[in-house]
Ligand binder design. Structure first.
Ligand code: ARG
Length: 572
């Protein structure tokens, strides 16, 4: 049971009985738990409405409140109502969580189809640190919605189409055709650069490249075959990173929507949404004005007849809504694309592709990754950092950290731990920063054992496991013979926090901010440490009950870390 929802209902019922008004209870968790666990804010607004004293309104609500399971209900400040649950109630609720494989998370009343589009790198280019955030945040959101019981489709909207392929294919055909069979992504990048140079400098090559685009569009065999080969080479390199990050994606790139583009523009035209501007077909978006006060255009067909990024995104949206029947579509990219998605979402609404009351569209924007100089993260040689290098460097740093802590560790375990901790540190550093803000990347900081870091949480998990091991008891036997009994204030504080897991997940479900979950887990580990400092476990008469509290803490910590894409380890 979600305590917050329970109180919402109780408050709502009491308000109805006291005043005959049907209202949702406005409940927040209290910052200072010594005053109460949750507070209700309805009385203030109601008092305004009735022109009454808010404290009297609060008292009238309390009079009608069902007080079972509450230890204390008080009017505080200008008219808040503070609730404190009884320890036995919290204990029995936590006992249910302990026994529930879903840890108290209820099945949703309606199973939504949710599309999470993330990562989405460009073919023939390496992933860079900008794709890191998209990949990490997207994977986290996908895991969250799966855990909440929804049907999730994870889409990798790779940039696999466009005029740049004409250039690359023309270059391969004329210069390096015999090398393409065993080329890798590095090679492709080199060719790409050379092709671009040739394109800018040589008129004949430019013609050739432009012709290649047409051949490709007409699905001419050799050009298409080379394009497929380019995609395949890129895919292999991307997959190496996804494996390292333990990320699952279904590739459905821009080219997938090619067959729908012509019809899309025709449909927009039929609906009277198209304006011709300098030969190009545009939707003039009255809701969005530029500095001169003119409606912003969303161009869906260029004057040469070609389609572009905007056309593809609108076609993708239409497909996801009408064919995939998504209830919610989440697109994870940098914040630089916010306006683009605002325009595309609005265009889809104008074209009647969706009803905003039924389908929810979210652009999940994120800030930049900065280097220690406060500028966009670069390698020492000044190039944009490649994601693969960055990840291996994090693993290398983690290896040194582990070696320092466990000097006698064997090579296999060292390898395993370094990889796990290095990747966990990178993910956690990213997810724990507010996603809309820039954050400064630091190997040193992300691999600390103290503070709000992956290693602190992973180590807390290892400690809990250690406690269980040291008592030498069989936890399934303990489960049979004991139940959770929260008594000491540190136990109650920990228990209450554990019961807030679902509430926090529901908040992330709404605003898609993973740092809410990292903050929660950091607090969880801190409260566990306080409990373990204040309450002995082994050899006390509370041993059984306290071991169960350890057990449920470990479960929620593990599940929470899993949602962040982080695997727990047994020793570190
Ligand atoms: N391929 C683009 C890039 O690497 C990101 C695509 C974002 N998704 C979208 N539907 N436009 O910058």
């Amino acid at each position: 049971m979600i305590l917050l929802s329970l109180l919402q209902k109780k408050a709502s019922d009491a308000i109805f009985q006291a005043f005959g008004e049907k209202l949702q209870g406005e409940i927040l968790s209290c910052d200072n738990e010594s005053f109460g666990h949750y507070q209700c804010n309805n009385a203030l607004k109601l008092a305004k409405e009735f022109k009454k004293n808010p404290q009297e309104v609060a008292k009238a609500i309390i009079d009608k409140l069902d007080l079972s399971m509450l230890e204390k209900v008080e009017v505080a400040g200008p008219g808040f109502i503070n609730f404190t649950f009884t320890a036995p109630f919290l204990s029995s609720e936590l006992q249910k969580v302990l026994l529930d494989p879903k840890l108290g998370i209820l099945h949703p009343a309606y199973k939504k189809k949710i599309i999470v589009e993330f990562s989405s790198p460009n073919i023939a280019k390496e992933l860079h640190v900008g794709h890191l955030r998209s990949t990490i945040i997207g994977e986290c959101l996908a895991r969250l919605f799966e855990f909440l019981g929804h049907d999730v489709l994870r889409l990798n909207h790779v940039g696999d189409w466009g005029t740049q392929f004409g250039m690359l294919i023309a270059y391969i055909k004329t210069e390096v055709l015999d090398e393409v069979a065993d080329a890798d992504l590095k090679k492709l990048m080199i060719w790409y650069k050379a092709a671009k140079k040739k394109f800018d400098e040589e008129a004949t090559f430019k013609k050739l490249a432009q012709n290649e685009v047409i051949l490709l569009q007409n699905r001419e065999e050799e050009s298409l075959h080379l394009w497929e080969r380019i995609c395949e080479i890129s895919r292999l390199a991307f997959q190496q990173i996804y494996d390292l990050l333990d990320v699952t994606l279904i590739e459905r790139g821009e080219s997938f929507y090619n067959p729908f583009l012509k019809n899309l523009v025709e449909d927009l035209q039929k609906k009277g949404l198209i304006t011709i501007s300098e030969g190009a077909k545009c939707l003039l978006m009255e809701e969005f004005k530029n500095r001169e006060g003119e409606a912003m255009p969303l161009m869906v067909q260029k004057s040469d007849g070609g389609f572009n990024y905007d056309t593809t995104d609108l076609a993708a949206l239409r497909h996801r809504i009408l064919v995939e029947r998504a209830d919610r579509i989440i697109i994870v990219t940098d914040m630089g694309q916010s306006l683009h998605f605002k325009l595309v979402f609005k265009a889809a609404e104008l074209a009647n592709y969706y009803d905003p009351r039924k389908v929810q569209l979210d652009h999940v924007g994120f800030g930049l990754v900065l280097g220690s100089d406060g500028k966009k993260f670069k390698t020492r040689s000044g190039e944009t950092e490649k994601l693969v290098d960055l990840l291996y460097e994090a693993i290398e740093h983690a290896r040194n950290t582990v070696k320092e802590r466990i000097p006698d560790i064997n090579e296999d375990e060292l390898e395993y731990l370094a990889k796990n901790l290095g990747i966990a540190a990178v993910k956690y550093a990213d997810l724990s920063s507010h996603r809309q803000k820039d954050y400064t990347f630091s190997y040193e900081r992300m691999l600390r054992f103290e503070g709000n870091t992956a290693l602190f949480l992973l180590y807390s998990y290892v400690r809990i496991m250690g406690i269980k091991k040291r008592t030498g008891v069989d936890i399934s036997k303990v489960m049979k013979n004991h139940h959770i009994e929260l008594k000491h204030p540190s136990e109650i504080a920990l228990g209450l926090h554990l019961l807030r897991f679902g509430e926090v997940l529901n908040m992330v479900e709404i605003d898609l901010l993973p740092n809410r979950l990292t903050d929660y887990l950091y607090q969880l580990a801190s409260r566990f440490n306080a409990f373990f400092r204040d309450c002995h476990v082994a050899g006390t008469k509370e041993e059984g009950a306290r071991l169960l509290l350890c057990e449920v803490t470990a479960k929620i910590l593990k599940q929470g870390l899993y949602l962040l894409g982080i695997k727990t380890v047994d020793r570190m």
